[in-house]
Design a protein around this ligand. Structure first.
Ligand SMILES: Nc1ncnc2c1ncn2[C@@H]1O[C@H](COP(=O)(O)OP(=O)(O)O)[C@@H](O)[C@H]1O
Ligand SMILES: [Mg+2]
Length: 411
């Protein structure tokens, strides 16, 4: 309309939803647009409400305007827009403290290892044993996101339009979708492609409670992202790839009624019902879970015990120390945690000493471990050694890692 100099506008990328009255309303993906604009050597025009989000892109000039008139006034130099500052949300909602959990020492230990090395974990046991409670404690022991991780997580949230008030967060994602979740909700998709829960959990935790209750097809669609750390959503004539580097934490009852193994409570169909129930989770998915623990029910007597001396703060310190060892070890090699180490790199960092090697070879034959299974044991062994401050993986670390390994069923 000639309201301003078209030349001046050529140096900007503009994003926003323009209303008939000239107002500029928020629109998803502003952080990515800002990073893109910066890469092209341009500035960004975006809705005022999202200036704090765009400002995370760093040295990019951001014009965050509430409406067209304010934008024009700025371009003409009559009333300048203020420069938005990057917003940072407080670290909130760290969940319950491990001190609340009575007993369950094995499960707590497994949770600590999972947190330290980014490993997948499955807890199974009767209802009311504290599986959901243990999982809810995880955010309280995981280290906060590093600045570059926070940027990655915020980019996904930005695309999903879920970056609250444009505030980037250091809180590690923890997503727990309900078991009725659809495929697009979990892995992404829909008419306007949106990242799914597995991408919203990028660099954090995807918690699937009551694992066998999820639709089988939905669970199987998680296998590939769990391996590669990315998820591709097919569209009519293209596909979209989102990051999906998650730690899977799952919980399940051993059978539908949950009381298998307790003769007083088990239903009349036990133990056949258990086999049916467990078969709802496919073998390849279970094979991708490094740590399997059986959580036993707690007795009323256990519940009246004094709270354990050690709480989430102590565990979080050990986890943070182990993560520091890992980030120094992998500095510049790609992986962030032991769970991501692969191939030659894994051999280099996790090859056990001679007794450890012998134990692993014997166990691999006896437990009929797949090559993937052996690699998973090695990664967990490396984390256990890191928690112990050991330079080389020893027999004792391999032995503990093997104790969490699930045995393939014999048929
Ligand atoms: N080991 C435990 N120590 C303390 N409280 C427990 C424990 N296990 C269960 N509870 C109590 O029971 C409630 C239900 O436990 P929950 O974690 O939902 O069990 P599950 O998921 O195994 O069915 C918890 O919120 C907690 O109050
Ligand atoms: Mg539960």
């Amino acid at each position: 309309m000639g309201a301003c100099d078209a030349e001046a506008l050529a140096h900007y990328v503009a994003v926003g939803e323009l209303g008939l009255d000239g107002r500029i309303a928020p629109s998803p993906g502003v952080l990515l647009a800002a990073l893109h604009a910066g890469g092209e050597g341009k500035g960004l025009i975006c809705p005022a409400a999202q200036g704090a989000e765009a400002a995370w892109a760093g040295s990019v000039e951001v014009l965050a305007a509430p409406d067209l008139l304010a934008l024009l006034a700025h371009l003409k130099g009559t009333a300048l827009l203020s420069t938005p500052q990057p917003g940072e949300a407080e670290v909130v909602g760290r969940g319950p403290d491990l001190r609340q959990v009575k007993g369950q020492e094995t499960a707590k230990r497994a949770l600590e290892i999972a947190a330290a090395g980014g490993h997948n974990l499955l807890m199974s046991g009767p209802p009311g044993a504290g599986k959901s409670l243990l999982a809810a404690c995880l955010p309280g022991i995981l280290p906060p996101l590093t600045p570059s991780e926070a940027l990655e997580v915020s980019m996904v949230a930005s695309v999903a339009g879920e970056l609250d008030g444009g505030k980037m967060t250091r809180t590690r994602p923890f997503r727990s979708p309900h078991h009725s979740a659809s495929m697009p909700a979990l892995v992404g998709g829909g008419l306007k492609v949106r990242p799914g829960e597995i991408s919203m959990a990028h660099l954090g935790v995807l918690f699937l409670d009551e694992l066998p209750e999820f639709q089988r097809a939905v669970l199987d669609s998680l296998r590939q992202p769990l391996e590669t750390g990315t998820v591709s959503v097919a569209r009519a004539n293209s596909h979209v790839t989102f990051p999906a580097r998650v730690q899977l934490i799952a919980a399940m009852n051993p059978c539908r009624c949950g009381h298998l193994g307790d003769p007083a409570l088990a239903c009349s169909r036990a133990p056949r019902c258990a086999a049916d129930y467990q078969a709802r989770v496919s073998e390849p998915l279970l094979d991708r879970i490094d740590l399997h623990v059986e959580v036993q029910g707690v007795s009323a007597a256990d519940l009246t015990l004094p709270p354990p001396a050690e709480g989430s703060t102590d565990v979080a310190q050990r986890v943070a120390a182990a993560r520091r060892v890992q980030s120094e070890r992998y500095n510049g090699h790609g992986p962030r945690t032991n769970a991501e180490a692969d191939g030659e790199l894994l051999d280099e960092v996790a090859t056990p000493d001679e007794p450890g090697r012998k134990l692993l070879a014997d166990a691999a034959a006896a437990m009929r471990l797949s090559a993937r299974g052996v690699h998973r044991v090695l990664r967990v062994s490396r984390t256990i050694a890191d928690l112990a401050g050991a330079h080389q993986v020893g027999r004792i670390h391999v032995a503990e890692a093997l104790s969490y390994r699930r045995q393939a069923p014999r048929n």
